[in-house]
Ligand binder design. Structure first.
Ligand SMILES: CC(C)=CCC[C@@H](C)[C@H]1CC[C@@]2(C)C3=C(CC[C@]12C)[C@@]1(C)CC[C@H](O)C(C)(C)[C@@H]1CC3
Length: 728
């Protein structure tokens, strides 16, 4: 076991044998801490034992005593699948994972509890502290936007405040180091917009120093491109609630503890600061997307309007409208809201409107349990309430690709993941007036109650389901979902393709692109890129094509529409290819991830290395990045800098992505592929596990996020494809 920083410091730790993960049939994941007595009659699941390293996890026995290199690719995939199947929660069918990385989400959970005066359960408090301490930068003791980032003012200020609110004294070594780093970065005045909002909510900053997020935007005619109903769903959701909170200058009561913290996070005395002068102060280290001139002008005008012109009646009217919209969001997502950032802001709005003892606020407190996730380093708030649908869809597909799905060892893994996918399809529409599209037939990224269709999640889930439905080995469950329901999925998918004036043929994430990307000029978040409107994403376009092409193999429903959609989708991908043959990926790291998806999409329309110049160029790009040890290793820096940057050493997931691309493209040089395959074999432990190496995912160009299942899913696929092609 690695010695964690929190252990070195002898910080309190809970008894990891007492944690249980409760998963319901719709995939909601909630951690519980039991008493010793209760724990005796309630065994930890296999997943939890493995994750927390408590005793009793039964590792698969080694294949035999030959060395890793001597095993075939098929045997390696098989062994990997044996391990991975043990991480499935058998009842629900999901593969839980601590979907962690971002370091700006826990403030939502702690902030809401603090504002409402609701105590955080002691075991959770202890583990929240551990997680933050264990994620501190090893050199300077600060925190960044995400776990593997350099220290920034945002990360350091917010996580410092959290540690203090969670009970760590200011003279604790962890706080002292962090404070020093924060001061070196100029103190909390330099935190970006969302950080300023949180600090203001916590009475540690003043709202007059925060750029406006006027709720009045909701009163504009929808025809205007700037109407928030046209923004990217996440930004829309965050600013809807923030508009309400900031316009009311929502803030919690000043306590002696807060007064102390006020004295710790700035480089000068709190009372001497004129906050109104710091709306645009952002620490250089934090800045990813600087303000445009037009944003600064708009902010100045709006600040003037809010201070001198906004009538009270108008504010009351707009906030009522905002609250109505928030209530709709709550109803559409069963209190989860689209993701934890907006969830916390919405919880505060509900606290303000309905009070701490209301049913609605209590539901939020319950809902928060679903985004907290325990791990060996402690507890953190995840990027979403999990990655359930996404991981199940891949698991089902890749076991099939590798020829494993129908093996007796794995039939129950596939059956329960498939049933989960069938249960997760949307069967209700959103409340009218929510600015949401039709969703019946679609699939989410996480769970059905979360309620948001994602294009590629719909496509990948559809594909996985069709595989099971058409496999004779699973004929007994083929009626779990009707063909008609699949056609509804197709309807949703087709409805998501951009066929208007924006980025013809592409797919975005949750909705069609609703306004020009020029709106990005008004991006106020400072630390993220591409957040204002939906964008054409190559990965989403590729996955959607995969779903559509696979569907046409078995069904003739809307044949012409689908063929046309595939055709314009492929054309879009060709147009989006970079000079060097690669594509920039937005949700995985980075050029390797996107190039794999593109090559897979091409392969389904029979464009391969020998007959397509696009494919040939993409293969050449990938091959040019192979390292001497046969592996690939793209770094998170690629996503930030938009140019290929290599990490220190070859990585299992990166290597798998590159290999999958090359294998599906029928890249002719087997020796190149062999070298990559042997790296995957060597990196596998005898149990079938592959060690976690580096975050695999990313969002908004700047924030890394971990997909814990990828280190199994993609090697299994790569090895399986190889075995099918080269091993008889
Ligand atoms: C800027 C804000 C609001 C931050 C909160 C975090 C969310 C925006 C992130 C966390 C997880 C996240 C990266 C996700 C996605 C969108 C943005 C999310 C929800 C999607 C659904 C986009 C489409 C992708 O292909 C894929 C399905 C992989 C991801 C999954 C996670």
């Amino acid at each position: 076991m690695v010695m964690l920083y929190s252990d070195e410091l002898e910080l309190p730790k809970t008894d990891h044998r007492l944690w249980r993960l409760r998963v319901d049939s719709l995939g909601s994941e909630k951690w519980e801490y039991l008493s010793n007595a209760d724990a005796k009659s309630d065994e930890q699941s296999s997943y939890v034992k493995q994750l927390l390293g408590t005793s009793g996890f039964e590792e698969p026995s080694p294949i035999d005593d030959r060395s890793a290199e001597e095993h075939s690719a098929y045997e390696t995939a098989f062994q990997g699948a044996r391990f991975f199947s043990k991480l499935q929660e058998p009842e629900s069918g999901i593969f839980p994972c601590q979907y962690k990385g971002p370091m700006f989400l826990t403030v939502g959970y702690v902030g809401v509890h603090f504002c409402a005066g609701v105590p955080i359960p002691e075991p959770v408090r202890i583990e929240l502290v551990r997680f933050i301490v264990n994620s501190a930068h090893p050199v300077d003791g600060g925190w960044g936007l995400h776990e593997v980032d350099k220290s920034t003012a945002f990360g350091t200020a917010i996580n410092y405040v959290l540690l203090r609110l969670l009970g760590l004294p200011a003279d604790h070594i962890v706080c002292k180091r962090a404070q020093k780093t924060l001061h070196r970065l100029g103190g909390a005045l330099g935190v970006p917009h969302w950080g300023k909002c949180w600090l203001s909510i916590l009475n540690l900053y003043k709202w007059e120093g925060v750029n406006p997020a006027p709720p009045e935007l909701w009163l504009l005619p929808y025809a205007l491109p700037i109407h928030p109903g046209r923004w990217w769903v996440h930004t829309r959701a965050v600013y809807q609630a923030l508009g309400y909170l900031s316009s009311l200058k929502f803030t919690c009561q000043l306590t002696p503890l807060l007064q102390e913290i006020r004295g710790e996070i700035y480089v000068k005395p709190f009372d001497s600061i004129d906050f109104s002068k710091h709306r645009n102060t952002v620490c250089n280290v934090d800045l990813y997307y600087p303000h445009t001139k037009i944003l600064n002008t708009a902010n100045s005008a709006l600040t003037f309007y809010e201070k001198h012109m906004r009538p009270n009646w108008l504010l009351r009217y707009t906030n009522k409208k905002c609250y109505d919209l928030i209530k709709k969001e709550i109803e559409n997502t069963d209190y989860l809201c689209i993701a934890p950032v907006s969830m916390a802001f919405c919880a505060l709005v509900v606290l303000a409107e309905e009070g701490k003892d209301s049913y609605q606020f209590k539901r939020f407190l319950e809902g928060f349990k679903e985004v907290l996730f325990m791990g060996p380093k402690g507890i953190t708030v995840m990027g979403t309430n999990g990655a359930q649908t996404w991981d199940c869809a891949f698991a089902v597909q890749y076991y099939f690709v590798a020829g494993l799905a129908e093996k007796p060892e794995f039939k129950s893994t596939i059956e329960s993941a498939y049933k989960f996918l069938c249960r997760t399809q949307f069967d209700t529409e959103c409340v009218p007036g929510s600015f949401r599209d039709k969703r019946i037939g679609g699939w989410p990224f996480s769970t059905k109650p979360q309620g948001y269709t994602v294009s590629d999640c719909t496509a990948e889930a559809l594909k996985a389901i069709i595989m099971v439905k058409n496999s004779p080995a699973f004929s007994h469950v083929k009626d779990e979902i009707s063909d008609e329901r699949l056609t509804k999925g197709i309807d949703v998918l087709l409805s998501l393709q951009n066929t208007g004036s924006f980025e013809y043929g592409s797919f975005a994430t949750y909705e069609k692109i609703r306004a020009t990307t020029a709106l990005e000029k008004l991006n106020p978040a400072e630390v993220f890129g591409n957040i204002m409107v939906e964008f054409p994403y190559v990965e989403c376009t590729d996955s959607s094509i995969l779903g559509l092409t696979y569907f046409t193999k078995y069904y003739s429903y809307r044949k012409n529409d689908i063929e046309n959609a595939i055709d314009i989708g492929i054309k879009y991908i060709k147009k989006a290819q970079g000079e060097d043959g690669s594509w920039y990926g937005c949700w995985g790291i980075c050029f390797t991830y996107a190039s794999m998806f593109a090559l897979e999409a091409f392969s389904t329309v029979n464009e391969k290395y020998t007959n397509s110049r696009y494919v040939k160029k993409a293969c050449e790009f990938l091959v040019s990045k192979q390292r001497a040890d046969g592996g690939w290793s793209e770094s998170m820096k690629s996503s930030e800098l938009h140019t290929y940057v290599e990490a220190e050493k070859s990585l299992v997931v990166q290597t798998s992505w590159a290999l999958i691309g090359l294998l599906l493209a029928d890249y002719p040089d087997k020796a190149t592929i062999d070298k990559g395959i042997s790296l995957l074999k060597q990196r596998q432990l005898a149990s079938g596990n592959w060690k976690f190496e580096a975050p695999e995912g990313v969002f908004n160009h700047s924030c890394a996020i971990e997909y814990a299942s990828y280190r199994f899913l993609f090697p299994i696929k790569a090895l399986g494809l190889y075995a099918k092609k080269y091993e008889s």
